[in-house]
Structure formats: structure tokens, C-alpha cells
Design a protein around this ligand. Sequence first.
Ligand code: PLI
Length: 458
Amino acid sequence: METRPYAEPYKIKVVEEIKLNTKEEREQKIKEAGYNLFNLKSEDVFIDLLTDSGTGAMSDNQWSAIMKGDESYAGSKSFFELQKTINTLLGMPYLIPTHQGRAAENVLFSALIKKDDVIPGNTHFDTTKGHIEHRQAVALDCTVDEAFDPEIELPFKGNIDLAKLEKAFNDYPKDKIKFTNLTITCNSGGGQPVSMKNIKEVSELCKKYDKMLFFDAARFAENAYFIKVREEGYQDKTIKEIVREMFSYVDGCTMSSKKDGLVNIGGFIALKSEELYRQCSVYEIMFEGYLTYGGLAGRDMAALAVGLNESTEYDYLHSRIRQMQYLGDKLVEAGISIVRPVGGHAVYVDAKSFLPNIPQSEFPAQVLGVELYIEAGVRGVEVGVVLADRDPVTRENRFPKLDLLRLAIPRRVYTDNHLDVIVWGLKQVHKRRNECRGLKFTYEAPIMRHFTARFERV
Ligand code: PLI
């Protein structure tokens, strides 16, 4: 019998028009943008894969909740509803809302990190690392070695190497490491998940050495999906049960709600300790706002409470991760090398193997991003030499092992037809890859240069 084809568990109520300009227009637009995709106007982009952060589509239930948002400065009903949802889902009674993920990091780290501290973790995200280094502390990467090989197909390449973590606990003075930061899924490692076994073992090790453990929970629901489908013993559990178990092993989390919160803005800290909540409250009021809104409107909190319940449903997660797999499989079929296995929120194209004629000093992933835009109106983002910045001491370019073009898929926004256009676009560029030219800087900021850099063709 023929198997039933797959279809998304939602239908579309509102649409937003996107326009495809001509190839000649795009050639002109990207030149004017200094060959930097960040400098493009979104109206000149047909399919926007710059990020999956804050770019998702809200549901009818979320939009309904928006109307019911309570905009009171103190004691907002929407805050208490969100607190109740987070306590039910994550088992965390203390909630500190923030305007986005990095703001949660700013508040928590203000309470916890001092100069010369060391924060071990699994490849900290840029803003997390930034907030650690800004406090003159060290973000210590303890990810398993396999994470750095794009060819190795392993189910949980976001895991922490327990030996590396224990070594860190032994090598540094006791008071220098207060907590470990575990990013689920690991964005900088290609959206790779962390297994429940690893979360549990890291938690036990932290307890043994009297350290706290926090999740960077931006994509916690996607991580839970991978545990359900890949880890022995979780197939029959619901996503919500898996999430509850994951959070039972940690002291708290920072969250960018713009990912698995299914909202366009927002973040939070969730905690088990009342004492730590009190310490964070001081910085919350100073940086974000009063304790029951923290830089958000009441309606933002209302939509988030609904979004968190939706993102922890299996059917939604299956439709999302399936899109990543669909895109990844089609690219592999076309002979295009990608980071494997495909992660939870993006497909990463290996630009060094795509454009072997372009040396790393001429930014192959940036070139690939520019060419894909010109070819198909698709905007990805470079995760390579440009993003890696210069060494702060020698001022030489840092050359990471992988030079990647990240194609991050917004949640509930594009159909498989859009994904087919991305594949087609990359295939077209692949055919003329030997004619592509490298790039060189015409402007470069001293740090975080990727946002504002300008280039010209070599
Ligand atoms: O963009 P924010 O400030 O809401 O969140 C910062 C942030 C924290 N942790 C992780 C794992 C992230 O991925 C993250 C933001 N990610 C962005 C913007 C991205 O494009 O991946």
C-alpha cells in the first residue's frame, strides 16, 4: 500500500507577500551593501535564512493571547500566567523576564561572574561568550572532540566531554568556577543536541564538585525532540515529560524566547533558588525593568506562555526538524557537503569544499552567501573567518577549521517549495563555482566585524 505523504499539522491563516527582484537588481543591491548580507534591506530578500531568532510565525492562539495581555507596570496578570506555565513545564518557580536572551545572560552573569572566573560549557554562543569575556572571565569549551568533525554522524554532538569538565574543576581554584553552562541545542556547534545521559552525568559531576549548572535553553524543545527520537528509553515519553526531566538536573536557565518560545521578542531567567532570584532581582531592576515585566510588554509575556506550550508538542517539533532534514538530504543528494548530522534549526554548508579555489583569507563562506543571494534571493549567514574576528593580541585573522554558510530556518514560515528554491540556488552556484571570486575588506570594525564589514571583490 502506498504510504500517506507527510503534511504540516497547521494551515495558513495570514500571508505576507515576498517579492523576487531580478538577478541584475540583486547583483546591484549586494554591491551597494558592500557584499555584506546584514546590510541588505529585508524587502530585497526573497527567502530570509539569516536567523531563526524572532523570525517565526505566531499561532492564532498566540495572537488571541496578545489581546489579553495585561500591561500593568507591577503585578501583571500576564506575568503570573507565564510564571505558572514555566513552573509547570520546567519545574522552576522563580521567573525573571527579560527583553531577549542576551539580557538574561547580562542579569544572571552580573550576579554570578567575577574577573578571572572560568565558565566551562559546550561551545558558548557568541553573546554568552561576549558577556563572560566582558567581565574578564574565561569561556572554557569542553565539548566532545567529535563535534568539530563535520563528517562524523553521531546522535549527540552537543555533549560535554566529562573528562575535560572534571579536569577544569581540578585545574582551577575552587572559587573560580561557580557554574557550568550547557547550551541545548548547541547553536555554535551546528545546532547539535545534548543527550539526557550527558545532562544527567554533567549534573552529577557539578554536584560532586559543588558547582551550579545552567542551561542556555534557547532551543530546549528541539533538544527534547532529539532525545525522544534518538535516545534509548525516551520513545514513549511525551516532549513535555522529557523537558521536565531535562530541567530537573539543573539549577536554572537563561532563555532567548525568540527561538523555542515561538515569539518575536523576549527572554527570561528561570531559577530554583530563591536566594539567587533575590541577587538577580537587583540587576533585573537596574537593566531590564520591574520584576513582573523585565523589558517586555504584558502581551509579549502572554504570547510567550502560549508559545512555550505549543513548541513542546511533538507534532510541531516533528514538522520543524523534518524541514531541516528535507533540506539537508536534498543538498547531500546534489553533492553539496554539509555539517552532519543535520541539527535542529539550521543546515550548515561547508564552503571550503564548495569553493575550493577560494582561499580562507578571501572568505569562502561569505562569497557563497553573496552568490546564493545573487542567484536565488536567499539570504544565509557566514559562520567562518569573518565571524571569527582577529586575534585580540596579534591582530591576525583567526582561521577556524570550518568555514560555513548557515541556513537557519524560521519556525512555521516557509514551505518545502521554498526549501526547493534554496537547493536549486545552491546547485546553480555550484555549477559556476570556479568563476566565483573572493572578497577583501574595505571596512572592518575592531570587534564583531561581521555585522558592519564592507567588502569588494578580489
Ligand atoms: O538573540 P538573543 O539575545 O535573544 O539570544 C542570544 C542567544 C543566546 N543563546 C543562544 C544559543 C543563541 O542562539 C542566541 C541567539 N542566537 C541568534 C541571534 C542566532 O541567530 O542564532
